[in-house]
Design a protein around this ligand. Structure first.
Ligand SMILES: Cc1cc2nc3c(=O)[nH]c(=O)nc-3n(C[C@H](O)[C@H](O)[C@H](O)COP(=O)(O)O)c2cc1C
Length: 311
């Protein structure tokens, strides 16, 4: 079976303010059984010292191309060559520019040159003006074209106290992309998967609903597995705490009726359908458009059968 156990990941850290978030991500990767080796640029070490990453990854952190007191020979070729994937997190505008233009002037850029763009996942993080700079956008587009996976930054409050695009993607999105790319095998390429996940919610009134405890984990894990094998995935999900993988086309629904409509719409173009959602068998027979008032010691709730989507 193809698992993450003992997969090799080269984790590159470049000099942006989001370096501190790399610690949490490396911790998550190591917990999944992935063998993580860290390489840092000199500028990255201005933000957090290698000791943190050495301790979390259980390997020495690589940084010097030509260390005076260490025998490193051709590690700049061996380590990226052996790695199943390379994750650059955070990726500075400078690093993206160097990679897109074939510059290999330090250990990390040289290692990425060896690994090649198709093996590399980049998580850009920078201030909005830098991200919006057409040169940066062009470099990102070029790397995408060469086959690199870009975990696009999110929108929100930045370290420079402004609000805009450029914030490092969420840890969940980065971990999900890393899992998918480490298991990459395109034997399902060209297949359309339709996967349902999570619970449904059946409203009683505008503020109350009946639901169940489905976490959605099964459907989301199946989505990642299908994506890593090259399938196109439409994920139809009820409300969960999970972050859908970037490459899944995700439709969020609430009720069993909404899920049924979404499934029926997508069904004819799907080659594989996996129904892992916990769909409510019943819904309240009557919906009150205003909040139900507290009256009497008990209330009687009449439920009506929902359509069985699988039938
Ligand atoms: C406090 C501070 C924060 C910075 N944050 C970022 C950042 O988030 N993203 C970025 O692209 N550059 C950032 N920079 C600029 C980079 O550190 C600079 O471009 C550096 O040359 C990057 O080197 P490297 O790509 O080799 O690590 C920051 C600089 C400073 C002083």
């Amino acid at each position: 079976m193809n698992t993450l156990q003992n997969k090799k990941l080269l984790f590159g850290i470049t000099g942006g303010i989001a370096v501190y978030k790399a610690a949490e991500i490396i911790r998550g990767l190591v917990k999944m059984g992935i063998d993580v080796q860290v390489a840092m640029t000199k500028h990255a070490q201005q933000f957090v010292t290698p000791l943190t990453f050495e301790t979390l990854s259980n390997h020495p952190v690589m940084s010097e191309m030509f260390p005076a007191d260490e025998m490193v020979a051709t590690r700049h070729i061996g380590i990226p060559g052996d790695a199943d994937a390379v994750l650059i997190c955070p990726a500075t505008a400078n690093f993206i520019g160097k990679m897109a233009n074939g510059i290999a002037d330090d250990l990390l850029t040289t290692m990425v040159m060896v690994a090649g763009p198709e093996k590399t996942i980049l998580c850009p993080a920078m201030n909005t003006e830098m991200w919006d700079n057409p040169v940066v956008q062009k470099n990102v587009a070029l790397l995408r074209e060469y086959g690199s996976k870009i975990v696009d930054p999110g929108h929100g409050e930045l370290a420079c106290h402004t609000i805009g695009a450029g914030r490092l993607a969420s840890i969940e999105r980065i971990l999900s992309t890393a899992r998918i790319e480490l298991l990459r095998n395109n034997d399902f390429s060209g297949l359309n998967f339709l996967i349902t996940a999570g619970p449904t919610e059946e409203p009683l009134d505008p503020v109350r609903y009946i639901t169940n405890l489905s976490s959605g984990k099964m459907g989301f894990a199946l989505t990642e597995a299908a994506l890593s094998r090259g399938a196109n995935v439409m994920l139809i999900t009820g409300h969960t705490e999970l972050t859908p993988p970037d490459d899944a086309e995700t439709i969020f629904v609430r009720t069993a009726a909404e899920m049924e409509r979404a499934v029926l719409q997508a069904y004819s173009s799907a080659h594989v359908v996996i129904m892992s959602a916990a769909v409510s068998d019943y819904r309240p027979a009557d919906y009150s458009p205003s909040k139900l008032k507290k009256e009497g010691d008990s209330i009687l709730l009449t439920l009506k059968r929902n359509t069985d989507i699988l039938a």
